[in-house]
Design a protein around this ligand. Structure first.
Ligand code: NPG
Length: 368
Protein backbone atom coordinates (compact mmCIF):
# COMPACT_ATOMS: atom_id res chain seq x y z
CA UNK A 1 0.00 0.00 0.00
CA UNK A 2 1.44 3.37 -0.99
CA UNK A 3 0.31 6.49 0.84
CA UNK A 4 -0.46 9.29 -1.58
CA UNK A 5 -1.24 12.06 0.89
CA UNK A 6 -2.12 12.68 4.50
CA UNK A 7 -4.79 15.14 5.54
CA UNK A 8 -4.53 16.53 9.06
CA UNK A 9 -7.27 18.56 10.71
CA UNK A 10 -7.51 20.19 14.10
CA UNK A 11 -11.10 19.92 15.31
CA UNK A 12 -12.84 21.75 18.12
CA UNK A 13 -15.73 19.76 19.55
CA UNK A 14 -17.74 21.35 22.38
CA UNK A 15 -18.32 19.03 25.36
CA UNK A 16 -21.86 18.53 26.63
CA UNK A 17 -20.58 19.68 30.02
CA UNK A 18 -17.19 20.75 31.42
CA UNK A 19 -14.87 17.84 32.36
CA UNK A 20 -12.70 18.54 35.44
CA UNK A 21 -9.73 16.46 36.55
CA UNK A 22 -6.83 17.12 38.91
CA UNK A 23 -5.02 18.73 35.94
CA UNK A 24 -7.71 21.11 34.75
CA UNK A 25 -11.13 21.72 33.20
CA UNK A 26 -11.95 21.13 29.53
CA UNK A 27 -15.01 22.59 27.82
CA UNK A 28 -13.99 21.98 24.22
CA UNK A 29 -12.15 18.88 23.00
CA UNK A 30 -9.34 19.91 20.70
CA UNK A 31 -8.23 16.88 18.69
CA UNK A 32 -6.43 16.09 15.44
CA UNK A 33 -7.99 13.71 12.93
CA UNK A 34 -5.90 12.03 10.26
CA UNK A 35 -7.02 10.83 6.84
CA UNK A 36 -4.52 8.82 4.81
CA UNK A 37 -5.25 8.49 1.11
CA UNK A 38 -3.67 5.36 -0.28
CA UNK A 39 -3.55 3.45 -3.54
CA UNK A 40 -6.09 1.11 -1.89
CA UNK A 41 -8.50 3.64 -0.40
CA UNK A 42 -8.69 5.95 2.61
CA UNK A 43 -8.11 5.33 6.31
CA UNK A 44 -8.91 7.45 9.36
CA UNK A 45 -7.15 7.91 12.68
CA UNK A 46 -7.22 10.28 15.64
CA UNK A 47 -4.37 11.97 17.53
CA UNK A 48 -5.56 12.29 21.12
CA UNK A 49 -3.36 15.15 22.29
CA UNK A 50 -5.02 17.97 24.20
CA UNK A 51 -4.63 21.71 23.75
CA UNK A 52 -2.11 21.98 26.62
CA UNK A 53 0.53 19.54 27.94
CA UNK A 54 -1.23 18.87 31.27
CA UNK A 55 -1.91 15.12 31.12
CA UNK A 56 1.35 14.33 29.31
CA UNK A 57 4.12 16.30 27.61
CA UNK A 58 2.29 15.97 24.28
CA UNK A 59 -0.06 18.71 23.10
CA UNK A 60 -1.84 19.64 19.89
CA UNK A 61 0.52 22.35 18.64
CA UNK A 62 3.53 20.09 19.14
CA UNK A 63 1.73 17.15 17.57
CA UNK A 64 0.81 19.21 14.53
CA UNK A 65 4.39 20.39 14.09
CA UNK A 66 6.06 17.00 14.49
CA UNK A 67 3.49 15.29 12.27
CA UNK A 68 3.85 17.86 9.50
CA UNK A 69 7.63 18.23 9.58
CA UNK A 70 8.87 14.75 10.44
CA UNK A 71 6.44 11.87 10.90
CA UNK A 72 4.14 12.26 7.89
CA UNK A 73 7.05 12.88 5.46
CA UNK A 74 8.77 9.74 6.80
CA UNK A 75 5.65 7.67 6.04
CA UNK A 76 5.16 9.28 2.62
CA UNK A 77 8.73 8.30 1.69
CA UNK A 78 7.90 4.58 2.10
CA UNK A 79 6.86 2.20 -0.65
CA UNK A 80 4.45 -0.63 0.14
CA UNK A 81 3.86 0.43 3.72
CA UNK A 82 2.12 -2.01 6.05
CA UNK A 83 0.55 -1.11 9.41
CA UNK A 84 3.13 -3.34 11.11
CA UNK A 85 5.98 -1.22 9.68
CA UNK A 86 4.63 2.19 10.73
CA UNK A 87 6.12 2.06 14.24
CA UNK A 88 9.54 1.04 12.92
CA UNK A 89 9.58 3.81 10.33
CA UNK A 90 8.68 6.37 13.03
CA UNK A 91 10.94 4.93 15.75
CA UNK A 92 13.93 7.21 15.03
CA UNK A 93 11.82 10.17 16.15
CA UNK A 94 11.83 10.19 19.94
CA UNK A 95 8.52 10.31 21.82
CA UNK A 96 5.33 11.78 20.31
CA UNK A 97 3.52 8.51 20.87
CA UNK A 98 0.03 9.97 20.50
CA UNK A 99 0.93 11.24 17.04
CA UNK A 100 2.45 7.91 16.06
CA UNK A 101 -0.66 6.11 17.32
CA UNK A 102 -3.00 8.31 15.27
CA UNK A 103 -0.98 7.84 12.09
CA UNK A 104 -0.70 4.08 12.60
CA UNK A 105 -4.45 3.84 13.21
CA UNK A 106 -5.20 5.56 9.90
CA UNK A 107 -2.89 3.15 8.06
CA UNK A 108 -4.47 0.20 9.90
CA UNK A 109 -7.95 1.38 8.93
CA UNK A 110 -7.03 1.71 5.24
CA UNK A 111 -5.26 -1.64 5.18
CA UNK A 112 -8.00 -3.56 7.00
CA UNK A 113 -10.72 -2.01 4.85
CA UNK A 114 -8.89 -3.21 1.79
CA UNK A 115 -8.48 -6.68 3.31
CA UNK A 116 -12.16 -6.80 4.36
CA UNK A 117 -11.29 -7.36 8.02
CA UNK A 118 -12.44 -5.63 11.18
CA UNK A 119 -9.97 -4.07 13.62
CA UNK A 120 -11.40 -6.21 16.43
CA UNK A 121 -10.90 -9.39 14.39
CA UNK A 122 -7.38 -8.35 13.46
CA UNK A 123 -6.39 -7.52 17.05
CA UNK A 124 -7.85 -10.78 18.40
CA UNK A 125 -11.11 -9.61 19.95
CA UNK A 126 -13.28 -12.37 21.36
CA UNK A 127 -16.57 -10.71 22.36
CA UNK A 128 -19.24 -8.85 20.34
CA UNK A 129 -19.93 -6.28 23.07
CA UNK A 130 -18.11 -4.87 26.09
CA UNK A 131 -19.39 -3.57 29.44
CA UNK A 132 -19.27 0.23 29.58
CA UNK A 133 -17.73 2.25 32.37
CA UNK A 134 -17.80 6.00 32.71
CA UNK A 135 -15.32 8.53 34.06
CA UNK A 136 -16.97 11.25 36.16
CA UNK A 137 -15.13 14.54 36.56
CA UNK A 138 -14.75 16.50 39.79
CA UNK A 139 -18.04 18.31 40.53
CA UNK A 140 -18.88 21.45 42.51
CA UNK A 141 -19.35 19.41 45.70
CA UNK A 142 -19.96 15.87 46.93
CA UNK A 143 -23.74 16.18 46.55
CA UNK A 144 -23.38 17.18 42.91
CA UNK A 145 -21.03 14.25 42.40
CA UNK A 146 -23.56 11.81 43.85
CA UNK A 147 -26.19 13.29 41.51
CA UNK A 148 -23.91 12.93 38.49
CA UNK A 149 -23.02 9.33 39.38
CA UNK A 150 -26.72 8.53 39.87
CA UNK A 151 -27.45 9.90 36.40
CA UNK A 152 -24.84 7.66 34.76
CA UNK A 153 -26.02 4.62 36.72
CA UNK A 154 -29.52 5.40 35.47
CA UNK A 155 -28.19 5.29 31.91
CA UNK A 156 -26.89 1.79 32.60
CA UNK A 157 -23.15 2.25 33.13
CA UNK A 158 -21.69 -0.80 34.84
CA UNK A 159 -18.68 0.78 36.50
CA UNK A 160 -18.06 4.27 37.83
CA UNK A 161 -14.71 6.03 37.99
CA UNK A 162 -14.49 9.30 39.87
CA UNK A 163 -11.70 11.80 39.55
CA UNK A 164 -9.96 12.77 42.77
CA UNK A 165 -7.49 15.50 43.73
CA UNK A 166 -6.04 16.68 47.05
CA UNK A 167 -8.95 18.07 49.09
CA UNK A 168 -11.47 16.28 46.87
CA UNK A 169 -10.71 12.67 47.67
CA UNK A 170 -11.88 10.85 50.81
CA UNK A 171 -15.10 12.80 51.37
CA UNK A 172 -16.14 12.55 47.70
CA UNK A 173 -15.42 8.82 47.64
CA UNK A 174 -17.25 8.27 50.94
CA UNK A 175 -20.32 10.13 49.65
CA UNK A 176 -20.53 8.07 46.47
CA UNK A 177 -20.01 4.82 48.33
CA UNK A 178 -22.65 5.72 50.93
CA UNK A 179 -25.18 6.56 48.22
CA UNK A 180 -24.40 3.46 46.11
CA UNK A 181 -23.11 0.69 48.40
CA UNK A 182 -23.01 -2.04 45.74
CA UNK A 183 -21.55 -0.41 42.61
CA UNK A 184 -18.21 -1.16 40.98
CA UNK A 185 -16.28 2.00 41.89
CA UNK A 186 -12.74 3.22 41.30
CA UNK A 187 -10.83 6.51 41.63
CA UNK A 188 -8.36 8.31 39.36
CA UNK A 189 -5.83 10.78 40.79
CA UNK A 190 -4.03 11.72 37.54
CA UNK A 191 -0.66 12.02 39.31
CA UNK A 192 -1.86 14.56 41.88
CA UNK A 193 -0.21 13.07 45.00
CA UNK A 194 3.21 12.24 46.47
CA UNK A 195 4.32 9.59 48.94
CA UNK A 196 3.75 12.17 51.70
CA UNK A 197 0.01 11.65 51.07
CA UNK A 198 0.09 7.97 51.96
CA UNK A 199 -2.29 8.37 54.92
CA UNK A 200 -4.94 10.08 52.79
CA UNK A 201 -4.60 7.45 50.09
CA UNK A 202 -4.75 4.63 52.66
CA UNK A 203 -8.00 6.14 54.00
CA UNK A 204 -9.55 5.24 50.62
CA UNK A 205 -9.07 1.55 51.51
CA UNK A 206 -12.30 1.81 53.53
CA UNK A 207 -14.49 2.22 50.41
CA UNK A 208 -14.08 -1.13 48.64
CA UNK A 209 -12.60 0.33 45.47
CA UNK A 210 -11.69 -1.76 42.45
CA UNK A 211 -8.48 0.23 42.16
CA UNK A 212 -6.77 3.58 42.60
CA UNK A 213 -5.40 4.92 39.32
CA UNK A 214 -2.11 6.80 38.93
CA UNK A 215 -1.77 8.40 42.36
CA UNK A 216 1.84 9.60 41.79
CA UNK A 217 3.84 11.17 38.94
CA UNK A 218 4.42 9.51 35.59
CA UNK A 219 8.06 8.63 36.34
CA UNK A 220 7.51 7.57 39.97
CA UNK A 221 7.65 3.81 39.40
CA UNK A 222 9.64 3.06 42.55
CA UNK A 223 7.40 5.28 44.68
CA UNK A 224 4.32 3.58 43.23
CA UNK A 225 5.78 0.24 44.35
CA UNK A 226 6.38 1.67 47.85
CA UNK A 227 2.86 3.07 47.96
CA UNK A 228 1.31 -0.19 46.71
CA UNK A 229 2.90 -1.98 49.66
CA UNK A 230 1.06 0.40 52.03
CA UNK A 231 -2.43 0.18 50.45
CA UNK A 232 -5.03 -2.58 50.33
CA UNK A 233 -6.63 -1.00 47.25
CA UNK A 234 -4.85 -2.24 44.10
CA UNK A 235 -2.72 0.39 42.36
CA UNK A 236 -3.42 0.78 38.62
CA UNK A 237 -1.08 2.74 36.37
CA UNK A 238 -2.08 4.96 33.45
CA UNK A 239 0.30 7.87 32.72
CA UNK A 240 3.38 5.78 33.68
CA UNK A 241 2.69 3.09 31.08
CA UNK A 242 4.02 4.72 27.93
CA UNK A 243 5.19 1.50 26.26
CA UNK A 244 5.36 -2.26 26.59
CA UNK A 245 8.79 -1.80 28.16
CA UNK A 246 7.37 0.55 30.78
CA UNK A 247 4.67 -2.03 31.51
CA UNK A 248 7.33 -4.74 31.95
CA UNK A 249 9.27 -2.49 34.33
CA UNK A 250 6.19 -1.56 36.36
CA UNK A 251 5.20 -5.20 36.77
CA UNK A 252 8.76 -6.24 37.69
CA UNK A 253 8.90 -3.54 40.37
CA UNK A 254 5.47 -4.31 41.81
CA UNK A 255 4.39 -0.77 40.95
CA UNK A 256 1.07 -1.84 39.40
CA UNK A 257 -1.40 -4.66 40.04
CA UNK A 258 -3.66 -3.52 37.18
CA UNK A 259 -2.91 -1.60 33.99
CA UNK A 260 -5.01 0.93 32.09
CA UNK A 261 -4.18 0.54 28.40
CA UNK A 262 -4.59 3.58 26.16
CA UNK A 263 -3.38 3.10 22.62
CA UNK A 264 -2.64 6.81 22.19
CA UNK A 265 -0.42 6.96 25.25
CA UNK A 266 1.63 3.90 24.21
CA UNK A 267 2.15 4.76 20.53
CA UNK A 268 -0.55 2.67 18.90
CA UNK A 269 -2.96 -0.25 18.93
CA UNK A 270 -0.22 -2.75 18.07
CA UNK A 271 1.86 -1.72 21.09
CA UNK A 272 -1.34 -1.75 23.16
CA UNK A 273 -1.88 -5.36 22.12
CA UNK A 274 1.68 -6.23 23.19
CA UNK A 275 0.96 -4.81 26.66
CA UNK A 276 -2.29 -6.77 26.76
CA UNK A 277 -0.46 -9.98 25.86
CA UNK A 278 2.23 -9.37 28.49
CA UNK A 279 -0.38 -8.73 31.18
CA UNK A 280 -2.37 -11.83 30.23
CA UNK A 281 0.82 -13.91 30.53
CA UNK A 282 1.52 -12.34 33.93
CA UNK A 283 -2.06 -12.73 35.19
CA UNK A 284 -2.47 -8.94 35.48
CA UNK A 285 -5.95 -7.54 34.63
CA UNK A 286 -6.16 -4.69 32.13
CA UNK A 287 -8.86 -2.26 31.07
CA UNK A 288 -9.20 0.21 28.24
CA UNK A 289 -8.83 3.87 29.14
CA UNK A 290 -10.21 6.79 27.19
CA UNK A 291 -9.12 10.28 26.20
CA UNK A 292 -12.42 11.81 25.16
CA UNK A 293 -12.11 10.17 21.76
CA UNK A 294 -14.36 11.05 18.86
CA UNK A 295 -16.21 8.24 17.12
CA UNK A 296 -12.97 7.31 15.36
CA UNK A 297 -10.91 6.51 18.45
CA UNK A 298 -13.98 5.31 20.36
CA UNK A 299 -14.62 2.60 17.73
CA UNK A 300 -10.96 1.55 17.91
CA UNK A 301 -11.05 1.46 21.71
CA UNK A 302 -14.13 -0.77 21.66
CA UNK A 303 -12.24 -3.14 19.34
CA UNK A 304 -9.21 -3.19 21.65
CA UNK A 305 -11.37 -3.75 24.73
CA UNK A 306 -12.83 -6.89 23.12
CA UNK A 307 -9.54 -8.75 23.65
CA UNK A 308 -9.67 -11.47 26.32
CA UNK A 309 -7.38 -9.81 28.91
CA UNK A 310 -9.71 -6.80 29.29
CA UNK A 311 -11.43 -8.31 32.31
CA UNK A 312 -12.35 -4.99 33.96
CA UNK A 313 -14.84 -2.54 32.43
CA UNK A 314 -13.03 0.40 30.85
CA UNK A 315 -13.75 4.05 30.06
CA UNK A 316 -15.42 3.21 26.74
CA UNK A 317 -18.60 5.21 27.19
CA UNK A 318 -21.30 6.34 24.77
CA UNK A 319 -20.30 9.21 22.52
CA UNK A 320 -23.15 11.24 24.04
CA UNK A 321 -21.32 11.23 27.39
CA UNK A 322 -19.09 13.94 25.86
CA UNK A 323 -20.53 15.05 22.52
CA UNK A 324 -23.86 16.26 21.26
CA UNK A 325 -22.68 15.78 17.70
CA UNK A 326 -19.98 13.20 16.98
CA UNK A 327 -18.10 13.09 13.66
CA UNK A 328 -19.17 9.58 12.66
CA UNK A 329 -22.45 8.48 11.10
CA UNK A 330 -23.27 5.99 13.87
CA UNK A 331 -21.83 7.14 17.19
CA UNK A 332 -21.19 4.59 19.95
CA UNK A 333 -24.30 4.10 22.10
CA UNK A 334 -25.15 2.16 25.26
CA UNK A 335 -27.31 -0.94 25.10
CA UNK A 336 -28.16 -2.29 28.55
CA UNK A 337 -24.82 -0.97 29.82
CA UNK A 338 -22.83 -2.50 26.96
CA UNK A 339 -21.14 -1.06 23.88
CA UNK A 340 -21.26 -3.06 20.65
CA UNK A 341 -17.85 -3.75 19.15
CA UNK A 342 -17.89 -2.51 15.53
CA UNK A 343 -17.71 -5.47 13.15
CA UNK A 344 -17.42 -3.69 9.79
CA UNK A 345 -14.20 -3.49 7.82
CA UNK A 346 -11.38 -1.46 9.36
CA UNK A 347 -12.70 0.70 12.18
CA UNK A 348 -16.22 -0.22 11.08
CA UNK A 349 -17.39 3.40 11.00
CA UNK A 350 -18.45 5.91 8.38
CA UNK A 351 -17.22 9.45 8.75
CA UNK A 352 -19.80 12.26 8.90
CA UNK A 353 -17.89 14.54 6.55
CA UNK A 354 -20.16 17.51 7.15
CA UNK A 355 -19.60 17.23 10.90
CA UNK A 356 -15.82 17.00 10.37
CA UNK A 357 -15.94 20.08 8.16
CA UNK A 358 -18.03 22.02 10.65
CA UNK A 359 -15.62 21.26 13.51
CA UNK A 360 -12.41 21.96 11.56
CA UNK A 361 -10.35 24.94 12.73
CA UNK A 362 -7.16 24.11 10.80
CA UNK A 363 -6.41 21.84 7.86
CA UNK A 364 -3.29 20.69 6.06
CA UNK A 365 -2.60 18.25 3.23
CA UNK A 366 0.87 16.73 3.09
CA UNK A 367 1.73 15.04 -0.20
CA UNK A 368 4.44 12.61 -1.25
O1 NPG B 1 -14.11 8.46 28.78
O2 NPG B 1 -12.71 9.11 27.28
C1 NPG B 1 -13.13 9.09 28.44
C2 NPG B 1 -12.39 9.87 29.48
C3 NPG B 1 -11.75 9.01 30.48
O3 NPG B 1 -11.06 10.08 32.47
C4 NPG B 1 -10.81 9.81 31.33
N1 NPG B 1 -9.70 10.22 30.71
O4 NPG B 1 -6.99 10.60 32.90
O5 NPG B 1 -7.86 8.89 31.97
C5 NPG B 1 -7.79 10.11 32.12
C6 NPG B 1 -8.71 11.02 31.36
C7 NPG B 1 -8.06 11.86 30.31
C8 NPG B 1 -8.83 12.63 29.50
C9 NPG B 1 -6.74 11.88 30.10
C10 NPG B 1 -8.30 13.42 28.50
C11 NPG B 1 -6.18 12.67 29.11
C12 NPG B 1 -6.97 13.42 28.31
Amino acid sequence: MDIESVELRVLHLPLVQPFTTSFGTETVREVIVVRVRTSAGDGWGEIVTQHAPLYSSEYTGGAWDVARRFLVPALLAQRRLTPQRVANVLAPFVGHRMVKAGLELAVLDASLRRAGRSLAGFLGGVVPRIPAGVSVGIQADAAALVDAVGGYLGEGYRRIKIKIAPGRDVADTAAVRAAFPEIALQVDANSAYTLDDVDTLAALDAYDLLLIEQPLQEDDLVDHARLAARLRTPVCLDESIVSDKAAADALALGAAAIINIKAGRVGGYLEARRIHDRCVAAGVPVWCGGMLETGIGRAANAALASLPGFTLPGDVSASSRFYRHDIVAEPITLDDGFVTVPSGDGLGIEIDHAAVEAATVERLDVRA
